[in-house]
Design a protein around this ligand. Structure first.
Ligand SMILES: O=P(O)(O)OC[C@H]1O[C@H](O)[C@H](O)[C@@H](O)[C@@H]1O
Length: 547
């Protein structure tokens, strides 16, 4: 298979990018009153405006040619049909089946996926009703007040992000806490104020072998048994979510308390499965299912809309354009809703663990960039911190502005002030302000020309900095489901265009293997292996002496 860079569509985009480099978005807007109409689209629960990118209709056409040359649509259909598109792990990729509402049969590895999903959803419904309704009693007969979810990576970031995003809808009947770090501080702080009699642990781990999660789960068990004493009480206080039942049972979780997930769900795409149990415990099953509905609506949009009207596809193509043809190597996510404050961290895993790869499907080194650095922060706070660099730094960092028409909680005077900033920042990044405009402005304020010339260059904003605006009606379960699914499919489309395997994560293994070896060497009498480089060896020895 020839490299992506040998495709006619790729080369056409390279030539087109050379023409576009000299253009300014500000002029493109001035020349075309219909620019917003041309380059924005409505998808389920989301308005996507990508007009503030350095593009013309020719750019869009050339990008769509590339998507077609890369067979995006046929691969999309293969994913939804349950084909084993995760080739390095020989697995289907079926997180979409977790929120499927069509009722159509689907098989993976000879199993009826729909029936499996339906069954686990039923079990979730029953558990959630019991725990939230106070019928699930602890070992002393008390109802649960607190849920501690223990998991890391995909078994933590999604549920945590959604719990925070929808916290405005919680009725407060159960407190949900998340513990991911092996740093004992987090579990100690979390358990400090909790009572073992009224605490339910959800140990979430696809593999049930992850060091951080297993260590935290053991500490939780010790804390629990310290008071409860009797191991048989564990079945009232420990739930597991895993694709590895034997390991969960070995840990001591009762078989009926284990919720299944499957090989065909990647960890970072798993919040729709029982991995999302803490979300449902916190908010109720109805809200959890609305989240699934919202994602399903986006799935249908992704499946059926033509590429140019397809939100995940256009978002993906804007990213490819900025990264591969305009040379932008970072991408910022800037949610303006406070409740979306964990979205950047969640998306970092989703995007960077999926597409942070350097070889193509045939295992050959790629000669173009895959995923840019994804980073971000709540936008309005960022304005007072790092936006200086976004406006005037030497690196151009494309950004997604994510906001909503209605606030989760209306406090007089707040939301319009927030949204005024939301609209202003992307306008400023696009238009900028020229030297002549700065001169005019300063002279109107009565500044002398000598002083003006001293500072004019410092005040110039070149503009021409690309942004996408993603506007929800409101951050609620349905629109959040659509938002997350939109990004999931964006990642999928980009993975195809970059020809990387988006659903494996071999790059996280080496560090884990080395850590296991080093952990043994940290024992007081153990030798520090001569195989380490001098830096690592000396650091370990320093640590052992100094601790
Ligand atoms: O759910 P688990 O098996 O515990 O895995 C938790 C996480 O750890 C791994 O190291 C991977 O990087 C993640 O993709 C995964 O989500």
């Amino acid at each position: 298979m020839s490299s992506r860079t040998e495709l006619t569509a790729w080369q056409a985009l390279e030539a087109h990018a050379r023409d576009m480099q000299n253009k300014h978005m500000s002029d493109l807007f001035d020349e075309d009153d219909l620019r917003f109409a041309k380059f924005s689209l409505k998808s389920p629960n989301i308005l996507l405006d990508y007009s503030k990118n350095l593009i013309t209709e020719d750019t869009r056409k050339a990008l769509i040619d590339l998507a077609e040359a890369c067979d995006v649509e046929s691969l999309r259909d293969k994913m939804f049909a349950g084909e084993k598109i995760n080739r390095t792990e020989d697995r289907a990729v079926l997180h979409v089946a977790l929120r499927d509402r069509t009722g159509e049969p689907l098989e993976a590895d000879g199993d009826d996926v729909r029936a499996q999903v339906k069954h686990e959803l039923e079990r979730m419904r029953s558990l959630v009703a019991q725990v939230r309704g106070g019928d699930w009693r602890g070992y002393t007969g008390k109802p649960m007040t607190d849920v501690v979810s223990i998991g890391i990576g995909g078994s933590n970031l999604g549920p945590l992000m959604v719990t925070e995003a929808l916290s405005g809808y919680s009725d407060g009947s159960l407190n949900v806490h998340y513990v991911s770090n092996i740093d004992g501080f987090q579990i100690a702080q979390t358990l400090r104020d909790l009572d073992p009699e009224t605490t339910l642990f959800v140990v979430a781990s696809k593999t049930f072998t992850t060091l951080e999660t297993m260590t935290n789960a053991s500490s939780a068990e010790t804390w629990f048994l310290d008071k409860a004493k009797d191991k048989s009480f564990i079945n009232r206080h420990f739930i597991a979510v895993s694709s590895n039942r034997p390991k969960a049972m070995e840990f001591g979780v009762a078989e009926e308390n284990i919720f299944d997930m499957w090989d065909w769900v990647g960890g970072r795409f798993s919040l729709w499965s029982a991995i999302g149990l803490p979300i449902a415990l916190n908010l109720g099953m109805e809200i959890f299912e609305e989240l699934l509905e919202g994602a399903f609506e986006m799935d249908q949009h992704f499946l059926t809309e033509p590429l140019s009207k397809n939100a995940p596809v256009m978002l993906a193509l804007m990213g490819v354009w900025n990264n591969n043809f305009l040379g932008r190597k970072a991408h910022a996510l800037l949610p303006y809703d406070q409740c979306l404050h964990r979205l950047p961290a969640y998306m970092q895993q989703a995007e960077m663990e999926s597409n942070g790869k350097s070889v193509n499907w045939s295992g050959e080194r790629i000669d173009y960039s895959s995923v840019p650095l994804i980073w971000g922060e709540v936008g309005i706070n960022g304005q007072h911190a790092f936006y200086q660099c976004l406006h005037q730094g030497t690196q151009i960092v494309p950004a997604d502005f994510i906001g909503s028409v209605e606030p989760t909680v209306a406090v007089k005077g707040h939301h319009d002030a927030l949204m005024a900033n939301f609209f202003a920042q992307s306008e400023a990044m696009m238009r900028g302000i020229s030297a002549d405009q700065v001169r005019e402005e300063l002279s109107a304020k009565g500044m002398g020309s000598e002083r003006i010339e001293e500072i004019v260059n410092h005040k110039v904003h070149e503009g021409n900095r690309p942004t996408n605006t993603i506007l929800l009606q409101k951050v609620d379960a349905r629109s959040l489901g659509s938002l997350i699914a939109m990004y999931e499919h964006k990642i999928f489309v980009q993975g195809i265009i970059w020809e990387v395997h988006s659903f494996d994560q071999w790059g996280v293994e080496l560090g884990k293997v080395l850590a296991n070896g080093i952990l043994a060497e940290l024992a007081p009498d153990a030798e520090v292996g001569a195989g380490h480089d001098a830096s690592t060896r000396n650091l370990i020895e320093y640590y052992k002496k100094a601790r």
